[in-house]
Design a binder for this molecule. Structure first.
Ligand code: C2E
Ligand code: MG
Ligand code: MG
Ligand code: MG
Length: 284
């Protein structure tokens, strides 16, 4: 009896694993098709400077409208794209498309583009960026690239070389999701970051009382001392905004200001912002 049950259990797992493998193969096939057919979209989320009280940039966030699964979020396909070696091509499309769209905005705001760790460490990365800038005509000063702490794990020398190559072009570098990964404080001194994005988890923990304030304060103080800008991600509530302002955080991004919006709506958003329609509720 026990033996039979064991066997049935074994069967169950085998079937489940088969299905998973099949699902993965199907997704990979679909990803290849999307790359071939230009089947991705970019959404853009505004970055807002509290100190200057203005929009400074939009972050490009890739979306995959899948024929049967609907809109697939990046966290649900980027890991597979990385494993199957498809991320370089997707990343190249994102970079070109983000630069191209930014050129059509009614104001010369910056565009922030995420780079996966693997993508960041490919030898051809600086050349790819140069090409995207040249093709679009976007001035390098309007491009910010966002990397995560995962890159340090791979190779410090290579990371430094690539960071310097990009900054040599005039491109700015942001460390994304700060506080969740590997970064030792020494890394902040070693690597020439222009901006730190404080991870959403710290922001969501912010309450009028509690010690999450202290964490934000420490990050802002350290970054200030190193000449690095700070941005808080995932700001959803006015109460969080109040704390961030009080602690001297310079920029914010989050649903409070806007969710990511479709590329075709960015120009309108910028014009409305210029007319002050959105800023008002962020004013102290
Ligand atoms: P990220 O770069 O940290 O981007 C911020 C994520 O937080 C986005 O999720 C955004 O929609 C979400 N978000 C923004 N404001 C709020 C808020 O107030 N509350 C909450 N709960 N969430 C907020 P999304 O678009 O699903 O992207 C997830 C991650 O996928 C990104 O995190 C980034 O690491 C990666 N990603 C997105 N696009 C690309 C890309 O083109 N290339 C690469 N390599 N990675 C990308
Ligand atoms: Mg990002
Ligand atoms: Mg982030
Ligand atoms: Mg993130």
């Amino acid at each position: 009896r026990a033996k039979e049950q064991g066997k049935a259990g074994h069967h169950f797992f085998e079937t489940a694993l088969d299905e998973l493998a099949q699902h993965r193969r199907q997704l990979e096939t679909d990803l290849r098709a999307a790359i071939r057919d230009g089947g991705f979209d970019l959404h853009f989320q505004p970055l807002y400077s509290l100190t200057e009280e203005r929009l400074t940039a939009f972050e490009a966030l890739v979306r995959w409208p899948h024929p049967t699964l609907g809109l697939v979020a990046p966290n649900d396909f980027i890991p597979l794209a990385e494993e199957t070696g498809l991320m370089t091509q997707i990343g190249e499309w994102v970079m070109r498309e983000a630069c191209r769209q930014a050129m059509a905005w009614p104001e010369p705001l910056s565009v922030a583009v995420n780079l996966s760790s693997k993508q960041f460490l490919t030898p051809a990365l600086p050349a790819m960026v140069v090409q995207a800038l040249a093709m679009s005509g976007l001035p390098p000063q309007r491009l910010e690239v966002e990397i995560t702490e995962g890159v340090f794990a791979a190779n410090v020398d290579k990371t430094l070389e690539t960071l310097h190559a990009l900054q040599g072009l005039g491109v700015r570098i942001t460390l994304d999701d700060f506080g969740t990964g590997y970064t030792s404080l020494g890394h902040l001194r070693l690597f020439p970051f222009n901006k730190l994005k404080i991870d959403q988890s710290f922001v969501h923990d912010l309450a009028p009382t509690g010690n999450a304030h202290a964490v934000i304060r420490a990050i802002v103080t350290l970054a200030d001392a190193l000449g690095i800008e700070t941005l808080a991600e995932g700001v959803e509530e006015t109460a969080q905004l109040d704390v961030l302002r009080q602690e001297g955080c310079q920029q914010i991004q989050g649903y409070l200001l806007s969710r990511p919006i479709a590329g075709e709506d960015v120009a309108t958003f910028i014009r409305e912002q210029r007319a002050r329609a959105h800023v008002i509720r962020l004013r102290a």
